[in-house]
Ligand binder design. Structure first.
Ligand SMILES: Cc1cc2nc3c(=O)[nH]c(=O)nc-3n(C[C@H](O)[C@H](O)[C@H](O)COP(=O)(O)OP(=O)(O)OC[C@H]3O[C@@H](n4cnc5c(N)ncnc54)[C@H](O)[C@@H]3O)c2cc1C
Length: 484
């Protein structure tokens, strides 16, 4: 690994000038040729392999042009989607660096910090920047964080423990959240170099997603004052904005990943002999395949929304509610599709490194997607709270019948009246899921109106989403039977 101090200027500056389609195709070709998860070992990615992508400009869409970047919202989405088709953990790898860690530095760091950090990343060197927020005692409940910052003559002293960070032992740079209780609660976000005091004291072994390394990290560092980001400090309100881009980009990841999974699930069933025909002749297998294909359709529509209606390069506060739906629906669909794929592939689907399919790997890699980047259960609760606030005392279903994100779904017959009335915590989570499905229904509908080519796929995808909402209504009835 080259020391950050010795990074030379990039011979790949032409990557900043390539036409967009050619640039994306270049990344796609590298992903397919060098990172196909059917062949790439499920182990920590060597730096030289990451360099194949950084030299091809994988991080450039996230970087401003003054640092040699391509500064492109659309390309940030498309690069991640192209990689996800060939290697899901690698897409997450690139997304963490570009959208979770570098984006806040691009948008909120002081000029000296931007120059220090972004000029290094702009060279095409295989650098890594991670985001450290989760602590052993604080995951979903961020206000319980214990990592502190204290202002002093040399800058800010940061002390505490963080865990489960992707790139724990390998990141060159970190974005770290911390608190100070000296004069009432204050929060801060700081940029630090690993050598300044970020140490991994224990490595964790994950179930999947093994291209990244994880662990328990100790922070004891002093960083210059200019390395504090410009962010709301008296509450955690900056955090949703920081997390809205990566949560939204789950749709891009899911679109790429599910394109492959749906293709391979069908192909596996069609070539696996059974009696005089193949697995694909069985009605229930075809039903499973259709469920997988519908998930791919839904996520394509969600990704289209991210590409055309959002802007990762701007303040994304307004996109908070839709990002909750994008993240929860896209990740649930990934887990569900991987599960169908394993089942269809039978014993071979349970075999890691099977020569016939990647179902086991897909299953192991997808499972965590409903947990990290904000656990889906919490995000669903937050979505309901958000809608309740907007409803301002009106019945939730009346508000949802007029809200632009759900009104088209309600107009198309989705019945959300079961959400009216008092909602206990367990109802809040379920309600958020129903609202997220209704949002997805709207987005599929809007996407399908662009072209008649997808009308039938969209119709089937919307039927699955309607069934999902109806299943939540059944769960409300179950809860009414005092099962808790
Ligand atoms: C592979 C992996 C990579 C990660 N990468 C990073 C990273 O790069 N940086 C980083 O800072 N962190 C990272 N994390 C941490 C991750 O973001 C947290 O694990 C996640 O936020 C959940 O926090 P927790 O583990 O403390 O779970 P807890 O907060 O203990 O929650 C556990 C479970 O409780 C339930 N739950 C919690 N709240 C609610 C609610 N309101 N309603 C219903 N149920 C609820 C959910 O089922 C939840 O999954 C990573 C984790 C993993 C596993």
């Amino acid at each position: 690994m080259p020391s950050t101090a010795t990074v030379t200027s990039s011979p790949e500056s032409k990557n900043a000038e390539l036409p967009s389609a050619e640039f994306i195709e270049g990344i796609r070709a590298i992903a397919r040729e060098h990172f196909d998860s059917a062949f790439l070992p499920q182990e920590e990615l060597p730096r030289q392999k990451w360099e194949l992508l950084t030299r091809a400009g994988v991080l450039l869409p996230a970087l401003p042009t003054e640092f040699g970047g391509r500064d492109s919202h659309l390309e940030m989405c498309r690069v991640i989607e192209a990689i996800a088709e060939w290697n899901l953990p690698l897409a997450m790898y690139a997304k963490i660096i570009s959208a979770v860690a570098l984006r806040p530095i691009v948008m909120r760091a002081s000029e000296p910090t931007r120059t220090e950090v972004l000029s290094e990343f702009g060279t095409g060197a295989p650098l890594i920047c991670g985001f450290a927020s989760t602590e052993p005692g604080c995951g979903s409940n961020m206000s319980a964080m214990r990592t502190t910052f204290e202002p002093g003559p040399a800058g800010y002293r940061l002390r505490g423990h963080k865990h489960w960070q992707g790139f724990s032992t390998t990141a060159d740079w970190w974005l770290v959240s911390a608190k100070n209780d000296d004069n009432g609660r204050e929060y801060g976000y700081f940029v630090l170099r690993r050598e300044e005091g970020f140490t991994t004291t224990e490595r964790y072994t994950p179930m999947g997603m093994r291209l990244l390394d994880y662990g328990l990290n100790e922070i004891d560092a002093t960083v210059p004052a200019h390395r504090r980001l410009d962010a709301a400090n008296h509450d955690l309100s900056a955090m949703p904005e920081l997390l809205t881009p990566p949560r939204s980009m789950m749709a891009s990841i899911a679109a790429g990943f599910l394109r492959r999974i749906s293709r391979e699930t069908r192909a596996y069933a069609e070539r696996r002999p059974l009696g005089r025909g193949t697995l694909a002749d069985i009605g229930f297998v075809r039903y499973r395949i259709r469920a997988v294909e519908s998930s791919a359709t839904i996520c394509r529509a969600l990704a289209h929304h991210v590409e055309t209606r959002m802007d990762l390069k701007s303040d994304m506060t307004e996109s908070f509610p839709v990002s909750l739906a994008l993240k929860t629906v896209a990740t649930e669909r990934m887990v569900s599709a991987a599960n169908h794929y394993v089942q269809i592939a039978g014993g071979e689907g349970y075999r890691t490194e099977s020569p016939t399919n990647i179902a086991a790997q897909a299953f192991l890699d997808t499972r965590v997607f409903t947990i990290f980047d904000g656990t889906n259960d919490l995000l669903s609760q937050q979505l309901t709270h958000h809608c309740q606030k907007l409803a301002a005392g009106d019945p939730l279903s009346s508000f949802l019948a007029t809200w632009e994100l759900t009104a088209p779904a309600v107009g198309a017959g989705i019945d959300l009246t079961f959400l009216d009335g008092p909602l206990a915590q367990e109802h809040l989570v379920l309600a958020g899921r129903a609202i997220a499905y209704a949002i997805a229904h709207t987005l599929v509908r809007q996407w399908s109106q662009r072209t008649t080519d997808v009308t039938d796929q969209a119709r089937i995808a919307m039927a699955f989403l309607t069934a999902d909402v109806n299943a939540i209504a059944v769960e409300f009835n179950l809860l009414a039977q005092r099962i808790l």
